[in-house]
Design a protein around this ligand. Structure first.
Ligand SMILES: Nc1nc2c(c(=O)[nH]1)N[C@H]1C(S)=C(S)[C@@H](COP(=O)(O)O)O[C@H]1N2
Ligand SMILES: [Mo]
Length: 260
């Protein structure tokens, strides 16, 4: 939930509602309902180790639960489980646009001057031109994109398997995070197991065409195992690191792991 939708004053019901939403994904189905029904504000304080005496402490408590949620999602993430794929007949047309601004403000990136910057824990930090990326082995997927704002859509994306790319640049795949900087100021980061997942794709095309401006030209990272906000569009820089890089929405309270 974005911060501006958070209660500005201490509102026990709202705190409990959000804590329940944050906790639900890692509770076993059998106990989920009764656990969440019986969760009290005292319980939230206990779970998070935070006092709930003012807005700042409530924020810290919900953040602590969200960090716990990240670890739990990390533990249960199965690197070999594939997200569902769909037939071409099920592609959503037109595919929805979403960003933290309107469609007319999507960045205009010039192909000719573009260089993808690489930094951090990688052996080969040279930058990449788009035609060099297109010359690598290409894969395709028809998968479902799920946005937390309450919509989902099926699309067809093509590009380089991200694990191939990480291997190619000599990334330290024992590092914790891969971070992304985007041409519109957006940024996000993902866990290494997801970066190495077979369906995580450095996407260069949409439905057989060059990736359109509004859907992330020059490239996006497509992950059918993660929610929409974890899929950065307009990527201009990629880095590998052990220092938590956060993200545009994540730093405003969205769950960092963001599994779907
Ligand atoms: N660079 C950038 N990437 C972004 C965003 C953004 O605002 N800027 N929004 C995210 C969100 S919340 C969603 S749902 C998807 C939307 O992608 P689409 O426009 O291809 O549907 O992009 C994600 N990646
Ligand atoms: Mo989204």
């Amino acid at each position: 939930m974005p911060l501006d939708k958070r209660p500005s004053q201490l509102d026990g019901d709202a705190i409990l509602k959000e804590a329940r939403q944050l906790l639900a994904p890692q509770l076993p189905t059998a106990t989920r309902r009764s656990f969440l029904r019986n969760l009290t504000l005292g319980g939230v304080a206990l779970l998070s180790g935070c006092r709930l005496s003012d807005d700042e402490h409530v924020e810290a408590a919900l953040m602590a639960i969200s960090r716990f949620n990240d670890r739990a999602q990390g533990w249960i993430f199965d690197p070999n489980a594939l997200a569902p794929t769909y037939p071409a007949s099920m592609i959503t047309k037109p595919f929805p646009f979403n960003a933290f601004y309107g469609i007319d403000e999507a960045p205009n990136v010039e192909e000719d001057d573009f260089r993808l910057e690489i930094s951090g824990l990688v052996a080969d930090k040279r930058s990449w031109r788009l035609d060099e990326l297109r010359a690598l082995a290409q894969v395709e997927q028809i998968t479902r994109h799920i946005c937390v704002e309450g919509w989902s859509a099926i699309g067809r994306w093509g590009g380089v398997r991200f694990s191939d790319f990480l291997q190619r640049i000599g990334a330290d795949t024992t590092a914790k995070f891969v971070g992304f900087k985007c041409a519109d100021g957006y940024y996000t980061s993902i866990d290494m197991p997801t970066a190495l997942h077979a369906q995580t794709q450095l996407t260069l095309s949409y439905d057989g065409q060059r990736l359109p401006r509004e859907y992330g030209f020059p490239m996006k990272l497509r992950m059918p195992t993660k929610l929409g906000y974890k899929n950065p569009k307009h990527i201009k820089a990629i880095f590998v690191t052990n220092s938590y890089p956060g993200g545009y929405w994540e730093d405003q309270g969205y769950n960092w792991f963001g599994g779907s």
